[in-house]
Each structure stands twice: as structure tokens, then as C-alpha cells.
Design a protein around this ligand. Structure first.
Ligand code: RAM
Length: 362
């Protein structure tokens, strides 16, 4: 019953995403097919024999971020269904130093694989290379580490589409006029930085004469810091018309501040948000609409890729193919940073019409 509802809502969102993008005359991101989303209820136990007794680690950016917890839960479910052990790690703060300590602990534990959402693109290289030199399979998910620090990256959605879509959405929200700001995660986060680069490119290349990007602020994926940074933006730029937060922590904090200060309708918030955290802000109009993918599926796909690397089914080279259970089959492709990646799917658009269907899913 629950599964059926999930499938139905996926079909609903799939058609809405297409309809909405088409209606706006914008290039739609390749919409995620129902078969690729919301897969968490069904994992297969294929490969259980060969995986038994092995330890698979996931090391996310930081603790206390529900997005990261959902990634880890998707990872754990798939690993345990295969008869192996999942080790879930999350540092207190989203720093490279804290992750390096944890990588060294995992090397000492002789885990079979480490899936990491990197807090820095380059700084983890010595630790991750050491892991790979000892036969540990290393992959990144969510936030990539550089190509020499990983065998493959699990990318949640096309970075260019995320960046460009967020600017196009903001233009629509501010009716083509006004100052806008970005509230990001940490200044070192590779995923946010890539999306911001694409936002800047869209601003340069498109028709955005009336729009001025005044500031990029960093809330470090900490709720209170993101609140403080939002308040500073509103104080320093009293004419600000929109805040783009490409982080689930930042978008919720910015929406709360705009709501608490009575600025709904004056300052629009958009970005990447968890439906469960953003439903109230989409309902009250502080965030007219936003985007995201299924973070549980990001973790699940990383788990399937980890096992495929350990089994030797893939090496992480472009053209490698592997089975990701109910998520479907995936192919390793070349990534823009010179390494390789696996692309989960397309982002969904969440607005007043569909948010209630999603707020209980993730
Ligand atoms: C935050 C994290 C994560 C990112 C999401 C959108 O939770 O920074 O890395 O993918 O936002």
C-alpha cells in the first residue's frame, strides 16, 4: 500500500515536472523515471554470499543533517540486505580534517570500501590514496573528491542543469528584476561550488540584465550559522529580492528567517530542499518552489556501486555497467572533472501542488 502510494506519487511528480517545465518553455532536466526513484522498500539480496562478513563504510559531510542521515539510511539498507555490514560515519562539523581522521580509522578497520561525501575536493587525497593503496575501494557520493582520490563518483543529478535551473527559477520569482544572493554550505564543498559555477555561467550567458548577484554567503551546513548569514544578507542588502540556497540546511534556515521577519512575498527563497523540512515554507509561500532528488537513493546507489567495485564487476572506468537492484542498471560515464561518475537521475521540482505527497517520503 505504502509502496503503491510511493509509485503513484512518483508517476504524478514525473508528469508534473514535465508539464511544469514544458509550460515554462524551459529545457526540462531529463525527468527521473518512476522505476528509478523511491526504491528504498525493495532491495535484493543478490550477491549475499560473496558480501557476507565484509564491511562497507559511508562517510557523509557532517552529523545532524537530515539529508546526510537519509543518504546513510539508503546505503545501510542495501548493504545489510546483501548480508554485509554497513559502517556509518559522520563528523561533528563538515571539515576535511575530521574526515581524514575517520578515513584513517576505516583503513585501520580494514573495511572493503569507503563511500565519502567529501568536505574538500583535494585535501582528502593523501588519506584516500592510502586507502586505495591498501586495496580499499573508494568512491565519492553527493560531493565529489578529485579524480585521483576516487574510483568513481555517484552524482545525484546533472550539475549544469541544477545550476542553470536555479537561476531560471529565481528570475521567474523576482520577475526579472532585483538583487539576489546565494546562501551556500561550506566554501570548500565541491557539489555546491560546482552548482554555483553553473549559476554564474547562466547569469552571464542568459538574459539577466535586471538581476544582480550581490553576495555568496556560507552557512557551513549548520542551521544557526545559516540563520545568522541570512539575517546579515537581509540587513546588508535591504532591497534583496531572492536567496538561492543550494543546500537543504541553508534553504530551511533562510525560509524560516524570511517567515519570522514577515518578508514573505518580498524576499523569495529557492534552492535545494528536503520536502519533509520545507513543506511548511512551501505552503506559506516563503519558498515558492524548490528542487531535489531522493537522498535515500543517492545512498542506495553508492552501496550498489561499492559492492560492484568490491566484487570486481566494475573498476570505475567509463563504460562499466552494474545492476543497482530496484533502482535499475547504471553505466559509469566520464565526468567533467576528468574522472568518472554514475548519474542517479534528474532533480524533481517541489511546489504547493505536490509537496504534501512528498513530505513524508524524504
Ligand atoms: C546539504 C548538503 C548536501 C547537498 C544537499 C543539497 O544537505 O550540503 O551535500 O547535496 O544539501
Amino acid at each position: 500500500m505504502k509502496k503503491m502510494k510511493k509509485v503513484l506519487s512518483l508517476v504524478l511528480v514525473f508528469s508534473m515536472v514535465l508539464a511544469l517545465f514544458t509550460a515554462c518553455g524551459k529545457k526540462a532536466p531529463d525527468a527521473q523515471t518512476p522505476a528509478q526513484g523511491g526504491s528504498t522498500g525493495t532491495t535484493d539480496s543478490a550477491g549475499a554470499d560473496s558480501m557476507a562478513g565484509k564491511n562497507f563504510a559511508i562517510l557523509v559531510k557532517s552529523a545532524g543533517n537530515p539529508y546526510n542521515e537519509k543518504e546513510s539510511s539508503g546505503f545501510k539498507e542495501v548493504i545489510e540486505a546483501a548480508g554485509a555490514t554497513a559502517i556509518l560515519k559522520a563528523p561533528e562539523a563538515a571539515t576535511a580534517e575530521a574526515q581524514i581522521t575517520m578515513i584513517n580509522e576505516l583503513i585501520a578497520q580494514k573495511v572493503s570500501a569507503i563511500a565519502i561525501a567529501g568536505n574538500d575536493f583535494d585535501a582528502l587525497q593523501p588519506a584516500l590514496k592510502k586507502a586505495m593503496d591498501q586495496g580499499i575501494k573508494v568512491l565519492s557520493l553527493d560531493a565529489a573528491v578529485n579524480k585521483d582520490s576516487r574510483m568513481v563518483h555517484i552524482n545525484q543529478a546533472d550539475s549544469e542543469k541544477i545550476g542553470r535551473t536555479l537561476i531560471q527559477a529565481t528570475k521567474e520569482m523576482v520577475k526579472g528584476e532585483g538583487q539576489i544572493a546565494i546562501l551556500s554550505a561550506t566554501s570548500q564543498a565541491a557539489n555546491q561550488n560546482t552548482w554555483i559555477e553553473w549559476m554564474k555561467k547562466e547569469l552571464e550567458e542568459g538574459d539577466y540584465k535586471g538581476i544582480e548577484l550581490v553576495k555568496i554567503a556560507y552557512g557551513d551546513d549548520e542551521f544557526q550559522k545559516s540563520v545568522d548569514e541570512t539575517e546579515a544578507l537581509l540587513k546588508n542588502y535591504p532591497d534583496l529580492k531572492a536567496i538561492i540556497a543550494p543546500t537543504t540546511v541553508g534553504i530551511a534556515a533562510a525560509s524560516k528567517v524570511v517567515t519570522d521577519k514577515g518578508l514573505i512575498g518580498k524576499v523569495a527563497v529557492t534552492g535545494l530542499g528536503l520536502p519533509s523540512e520545507m513543506a511548511e515554507y512551501i505552503a506559506n509561500g516563503s519558498c515558492p518552489w524548490m528542487y531535489l532528488w531522493n537522498p535515500i537513493d543517492v545512498g542506495s546507489l553508492a552501496a550498489y556501486a561499492s559492492m560492484a567495485l568490491v566484487k570486481g564487476d566494475i573498476t570505475g572506468a567509463a563504460g562499466d555497467k552494474f545492476d543497482a537492484g530496484s533502482l535499475g542498471s547504471y553505466e559509469v560515464i566520464s565526468a567533467a572533472d576528468g574522472g568518472t561518475e554514475v548519474l542517479l537521475g534528474a532533480p524533481f521540482k517541489f511546489d504547493k501542488d505536490n509537496i504534501d505527497e512528498w513530505k513524508t517520503v524524504y
